[in-house]
Write a protein that binds this ligand. Structure first.
Ligand code: CO
Length: 151
């Protein structure tokens, strides 16, 4: 195969795989100085082997004042994970080390910053009750939403 033709084949292959992917395997999640996410629900398809949440802090306040992260656990574990995270402190990013209830978590960011967290969907149950939330002290009461798992 000559070079231009090979390049063309690769390009069309890439285009095809882009189209054949039915599920959206990443989502942008905004957050702000008013202690809010811009979504109350995130839907995740198990067709995605891995799912990525891109967290953006559109505010101006620093991470030690208005820090935001995104942590995922079963909804039943939300309060305990958030409380243990608060106890773990700022240096730990307000997430308890090796917390097995934590399915995934991002780092803590401040205004103008972005971060991403990716996780495998294999262990998540369809119709399971999962939540995403911020573990900065006092934030989870407002900064939380449902993570809905579909096929
Ligand atoms: Co927060």
């Amino acid at each position: 195969m000559n070079k231009p033709l090979m390049t063309l084949s690769i390009l069309s292959l890439l285009a095809f795989s882009g189209h054949s992917q039915a599920a959206e395997c990443s989502i942008d999640l905004g957050s702000n100085d008013a202690m809010q996410y811009d979504k109350k629900e995130i839907t995740l398809s198990k067709q995605c082997a891995e799912f990525t949440i891109n967290l953006k802090h559109t505010g101006k306040m620093a991470a030690n004042v208005m820090g935001h992260n995104v942590v995922i656990s079963k909804t039943a574990d939300l309060n305990a994970v958030a409380n243990d995270g608060m106890a773990a402190g700022e240096a730990a990013g307000y997430v308890k080390a090796k917390d097995e209830r934590v399915i995934a978590h991002s780092k803590m960011i401040g205004g103008g910053e972005s971060t991403s967290v990716s996780f495998k969907t294999e262990g998540l149950a369809k119709d399971g009750d999962y939540s995403f939330f911020c573990t900065f002290p006092g934030h989870f009461a407002i900064m939380q939403g449902k993570l809905v798992i579909t096929d």
